[in-house]
Design a protein around this ligand. Sequence first.
Ligand code: UD1
Length: 374
Amino acid sequence: MTKVLVTGAFGLIGSFTVDLLVEKGYSVIGLDNLERQVHMGRMPSYKNERAEYVIGDIRHRRTWAKVLRGVEYVIHLAASVGMAQSFWQPRKYMEVNVTGTATMFETIVRDVEIRRNIRKIVVASSKSIYGEGSYRCKFHGVFHPPPRSVEQLRRRDWEVRCPVCGVESLPVGIREDKPPQNPTPYALSKYATEVLASIYSAVLGIPFVAFRYFNVYGPRQSLSNPYTGVIAIFLSRIKNNKPPIVYEDGKQMRDFVYVEDVARLNVEAIENEASGVFNLGTGEPHSLLEVIEMLKKIYGSDVEPYITQEYRPGDNRHDFADTTKLRRHFKNTSFTPLSKGLERLVEWAREVHAIDRVDRAERERVKFLGRFDS
Ligand code: UD1
């Protein structure tokens, strides 16, 4: 039986990836540290009984030496994932995400037996490395703007403007060759992850895939971790009968990708010939207001969003994937429509306790980074 190691096996993406691998007949070993912020130190209820699990820390070489034995494929998803939090815990993000990945490669490169068995490595990168999205000016073509200036945001002038003529520009899908901006320690750590994979792919002669995940959502996403994505946060607010808090005007768009689609592509990546860096998004952007309308309808809530007309420092206006490269190299690229994915999320969420910690996270952010306009 082909043995696959999934790190971050109790995470949102990891757990669905484990389930699919088991279903397809792989022998699966899952590594996870049961991160307190996500799991409160407890085994999740969705643990797959047909997989083997190891609780361990990816920063330690002995962890890797234990879990990599006999493994043919690695899907390395374990990481600290709170983008905003990475500003006040940069050392943790570098240690877990960069040193953790480096320790994996160090173990592989030094252990001949482990090294000989491995046939492919998939690593998790993130669209966050891009920073602001790509845009097209009707007069000057496609451009990749820097983050919007504080002066612009203070004017509540939300849309991105052409740097040449100042005209409001429409977003276009981000291609993999867009120069990274790496605006946060988290983004930098993810960029380092994919570059390490690329370096060691060449050194070891092992193909790799680095997926730049867009905004992944779905059942099992922590509804009580305020550092997860906006969909979980909005749903948690709706469940608690509180208005979802919307920054800017709610017309900003994201590429929301359903978690089981991500798991399917992770598995395809170990089975096909693809190698290199790929966007993993649907290519179809949706605005926050659209998301709230869908969630309210599915959940059966009439709570109105609170549209702050305030900005959250560091936020992009719009970002979504150009999926041309993904579609060229992967077969399973039809994605679950947002309404369907949200239905599955809501169905699961009805049974789950959601503690609303948004206010606490906001206090933490203000403590370290100051108020919106400071
Ligand atoms: C990701 C990061 C974010 C970072 C940004 C920069 C995560 C979970 N988020 O955000 O920390 O600043 O990249 O590229 O990794 N929103 C609300 N109300 C909320 C929460 C969010 O209106 O309660 C808005 C945000 O302002 C944003 C949109 O929702 O416009 C999406 O937010 P988020 O889910 O954090 O994803 P990204 O913006 O992609």
